[in-house]
Design a protein around this ligand. Sequence first.
Ligand SMILES: Cc1ncc(C[n+]2csc(CCOP(=O)(O)OP(=O)(O)O)c2C)c(N)n1
Ligand SMILES: [Mg+2]
Length: 378
Amino acid sequence: MSTRQRTAVAPPKPGTHQNANPTVVMHQTAPSDTAGAKRATDFYRQMVFIRRFEERAARAYTQALIGGYCHLNLGEEAAVVGLMAALRPTDYLFTNYREHGYALTRGIDPNRVMAELFGRSDGVSKGWGGSMHMFDLEKRMLGGYGIVGGQIPLATGAALAIDYRGVDEIVMCTMGDGTTNIGAFHESLNIAALWNLPIVYVVINNRLGMATTVDKSSAEPELYKRASSYRMASERVDGLDPVAVFEAAQRAAAVARGGRPFLLEVMTERLRGHSVVDPGKYRGAEEIALTKERDPVVTFAAHLFETGLLTEQEIAAINDGAIAQATAAAVFAEASPFPDVATLFDYTYATPVANDSHRLPGQPLFEPAPYPEHEATR
Ligand SMILES: Cc1ncc(C[n+]2csc(CCOP(=O)(O)OP(=O)(O)O)c2C)c(N)n1
Ligand SMILES: [Mg+2]
């Protein structure tokens, strides 16, 4: 077993660890250097692309080109972009079903992301996963999980594997605010803290778990504070500012690379319903207006314009480019063939399973019991 984390970093002593006075960063970053300016405009470009891609996906859903569940990152673009920028290509990402933006920003070809939404064979999961189950080993994006909190123990296990192998990699595991009330959240944080695992847990706090607010569902609504139960360092950051998120995620990643877990809470907005079929009627007009005012794509564009980093024309060109790329992805996806039904069970397990029944699609798992006499003669 690797002793990298276990011996290199002593667990914080009671009362002295970072969470005793957690940092709460809430500001709009004004980059003063060239590299910072380039980063900010790159972030904006990525955010706009996620926005236009998600809107295109929503349209495709209403055209019945996408089936099943479909949850969008609308309103969470700054969070996604800032977080992904803090990861190295060798780090691992686990996320939930609200994942398209992560797949795109992690560097998966947008055509393959859209093809997956359309359930086509060129999709990143060969069309068998759909919106909630994107998986790409090369980009080290290990899902996409539909079970709330399902990704947390798996991500924690991956961090343990990294620790065993003694390599310079970390895991980032993102989840929603509602997920922090799942037992697996607490079990995982506990064990990660005990075993000094190299993992950053990220809570994307959009204040809603489907229709239930954080205030109604969480006895401690300041979710980053939950880390203190496990003597884990934590921080809360403004999720409308991609640069602030990036900097916070870098701090968190540095802690994980040093062999301690970290909990980062990112305050975001959910601009539409829980999924594309949710009209979100449970939100009042005032709340909707406030949410729109806090739209990160709009507010960050205004910030870049005001600080002279982008002109109106440049902002419009970025938008046009994003629309063209999202449209091209939809055209690619629609042209891609549906997967062959005979491959339905091919990717159920990573490796062949001994005694697998090898049944054909459509065949029942077991032979059905014969009908009772009176049923058969009806
Ligand atoms: C174990 C489990 N319980 C319930 C659900 C139904 N469900 C799907 S998403 C969701 C809300 C989760 O909210 P949050 O974690 O805040 O994520 P968000 O959707 O806001 O991104 C629920 C209850 C589920 N998928 N899995
Ligand atoms: Mg939520």
